[in-house]
Design a protein around this ligand. Structure first.
Ligand SMILES: Nc1ncnc2c1ncn2[C@@H]1O[C@H](COP(=O)(O)OP(=O)(O)O)[C@@H](O)[C@H]1O
Ligand SMILES: [Mg+2]
Length: 276
């Protein structure tokens, strides 16, 4: 299998049972429908805490749909309906009474196309904390600086905090969006093809950033770039549609395993570039 992407990451972190429980995130028998069309079928998996999980698979196999299930972003799509259980920190996030604003604070999201708000760099990062009630200027200054540092953007923007978030480069905008998510202190960060609009250098910066963040945050990333999945992730979930066009979880395991010794022939065919 010499076509396999090279796995750069060494899988050396040891997880305790407590790690897994704290903010643990998982799906049990999840189905997702758009009207009568089933996009995601019978997915069950547990996401590992403080590590990077990549969701890979051919276009249209349900990766984005699956990612959005984790913080109820599909709620925004009127035709979407979900069955099954999605647990986060011991609660079913689809139970009635769950505070979705609070949920999305704990499980933040970064999108394919950088989407800073049309406001200053400072206000972009301060937006979430302000929304959650923080008004004190010193407290906000501190959060903004810390978040931009964590997003590896501070040095590049510290002298232009009043400038529009839209005036910086695409790669900087994406790191600004990551800083915006970090500012509300999430536990999980969902990223839907966060580098697909970026050049290779900006992409590597985001990948480095993800690796750094993974020591404190649980990251789930959708990528159609298998080299990227192999480079950055600890765990990989491979999705594919069956004849009924619904996306299923074909294989889920340690990235090093999936990319060197997959259990399923379909996984092997996909990662060696035989289809998709
Ligand atoms: N808002 C939507 N309404 C109806 N169908 C959708 C919607 N979003 C995605 N789909 C369909 O669900 C399937 C999975 O889509 P998606 O999750 O975007 O796949 P991927 O991210 O893997 O490319 C596709 O067949 C797509 O056309
Ligand atoms: Mg997608």
């Amino acid at each position: 299998m010499n076509n396999m992407p090279k796995v750069a990451k060494t899988f050396n972190r040891q997880y305790t049972e407590n790690d897994r429980k704290r903010g643990s995130l998982g799906m049990k028998n999840v189905n997702l429908f758009y009207g009568s069309f089933q996009a995601v079928k019978e997915i069950t998996l547990d996401i590992h805490t403080c590590s990077i999980t990549a969701i890979i698979g051919p276009s249209g196999c349900g990766k984005s749909s699956m990612l959005r299930i984790f913080n109820r972003m599909n709620d925004l799509i009127p035709s979407a309906r979900i069955e099954g259980k999605v647990e986060f920190g011991g609660i079913d996030i689809y139970e009635p009474g769950v505070d979705v604003v609070e949920l999305r604070k704990r499980i933040g999201m970064v999108f394919q196309k950088p989407n800073p708000f049309p406001m200053s760099i400072y206000d972009n990062v301060a937006f979430g904390p302000r929304r959650h009630g923080i008004r004190n200027r010193f407290a906000l200054d501190e959060i903004v600086e810390k978040s931009l540092m964590q997003a590896a953007l501070w040095d590049e923007v510290k002298d232009k905090m009043g400038q529009s978030g839209l005036s910086i480069s695409g790669g900087q905008q994406q790191r600004l969006c990551i800083a915006r998510v970090l500012a509300v202190e999430p536990e999980v960060i969902l990223m839907d093809e966060p580098c697909s609009a970026l050049d290779p250098i900006a992409t590597l910066k985001i990948e480095d950033l993800m690796s750094t963040l993974a020591s404190n945050y649980t990251i789930v990333i959708v990528t159609h770039n298998m080299q990227q999945a192999a480079r950055v992730s600890d765990m990989t979930a491979f999705l594919m549609v069956d004849d009924d066009h619904a996306g299923r979880l074909v294989e889920y395991g340690e990235t090093a395993e999936i990319f060197t010794n997959p259990n399923n022939k379909k996984t092997e065919d996909y990662i060696t570039g035989r289809f998709g």
